[in-house]
Design a protein around this ligand. Structure first.
Ligand code: FDA
Length: 288
């Protein structure tokens, strides 16, 4: 793929990315809100290589908040700390994050710190912990493929916990991560149960229909109130009528929408990290 021209790859990436500009993503947000779904917006990019780049990313996120505020719906923001300069200097990333948190506070629109590869788990949780004390609208993510995640979740439990659970997208060693689909799914389910019966708010981020069936059964059998959780999916992943059905039941559904100029690099990195994605993408294209 790196050797193929962008114009050839673009149609494959198109369903999963909302375009390159802020206007294009806001257009998508409007359409998705009209269907009764919430969104969370991610500016594509990660691993910035200089301070100025990280500052530009911070500005772009602040600008995104201003524009989302004008829409007046529950649309939140998702970001990666490596995009704010984490690898250059954790203090730089934290400073940039603090400016974005101020925007989250003033607009009342939430913020989720995405979880990256396991080298960053400790530092991300450390920064999240401080950020959450500053503003309860800040959430983060735990990945069910990591052995440690259920313990992390239990340690984070609080009234202010706003946590996305996902399976995890990076390639991780068997020493620290489950490798089998069944174990990863089971750990997701156990984490979701712990979160929904604990004090926090659960964002259930998955397209796995078997898992969604189990989560729904748990929610119904245990009378989990609908203000304790929401379902989340990635833009473009086909879900048939399932998202509408969840919405009809009164459950909140949020679509994660990435946008930006780095779509090509982003797609390549995701493929490098998890070659299984190519089979999803091709499968989805053919089903479409
Ligand atoms: P599974 O991998 O079993 O996929 C189920 C089905 O969904 C597949 O058969 C396929 O049809 C479809 N599908 C899944 N992913 C697809 C894709 N990318 N393209 C096309 N089709 C796909 N990860 C992480 O490490 N850190 C993070 O912060 C986040 N954040 C995040 C937010 C949200 C809202 C979602 C939905 C996901 C993430 N992820 C993530 C990604 C997550 O960890 C995981 O890699 C994917 O969601 C795929 O896992 P599923 O649970 O969907 O199951």
């Amino acid at each position: 793929m790196p050797y193929l021209p962008k114009w050839l790859i673009k149609p494959f990436a198109k369903p999963y990315v909302a375009g390159e500009t802020l206007d294009s993503v806001l257009d998508q947000v409007g359409k998705i809100n009209k269907q009764g779904f919430k969104t969370t917006i991610d500016i594509l990019g990660e691993h910035v290589i200089n301070v100025n780049e990280a500052l530009e990313v911070k500005k772009a996120y602040c600008n995104l908040y201003d524009r989302l505020d004008l829409i007046g719906e529950d649309n939140t923001v998702s970001l990666k700390l490596s995009h704010l300069g984490l690898e250059l200097d954790p203090l730089l990333a934290e400073k940039n994050l603090n400016s974005i948190i101020e925007k989250s506070k003033s607009t009342g629109l939430g913020l989720t710190i995405d979880m990256e590869k396991s080298d960053f788990t400790d530092i991300t949780l450390k920064i999240y912990f401080k950020a959450q004390k500053q503003h309860s609208g800040v959430g983060t993510v735990l990945q069910s493929y990591l052995h440690r995640s259920l313990d992390d979740l239990k340690a984070l439990d609080s009234e202010n916990l706003h946590l996305r659970i996902c399976k995890g997208i990076y390639r991780e060693s068997p020493l620290i991560a489950f490798q089998g689909a069944a174990e990863i799914r089971q750990n997701f389910f156990d984490m979701a149960k712990t979160l929904m019966t604990g004090r926090g708010y659960a964002c259930l981020a998955t397209h796995d229909i078997t898992l969604i069936d189990r989560l729904e059964a748990f929610i119904e059998n245990n009378n989990i109130p609908s203000n304790k959780f929401e379902f989340q999916t990635l833009l473009g992943v086909p879900m048939g009528n399932r998202l509408h059905e969840l919405k009809e039941k009164g459950y909140a559904v949020r679509i994660y929408i990435p946008y930006g100029q780095s779509w090509f690099e982003y797609s390549l990195r995701r493929l490098e990290e998890n070659p299984a994605i190519i089979s999803y993408v091709l499968g989805n294209l053919f089903r479409r």
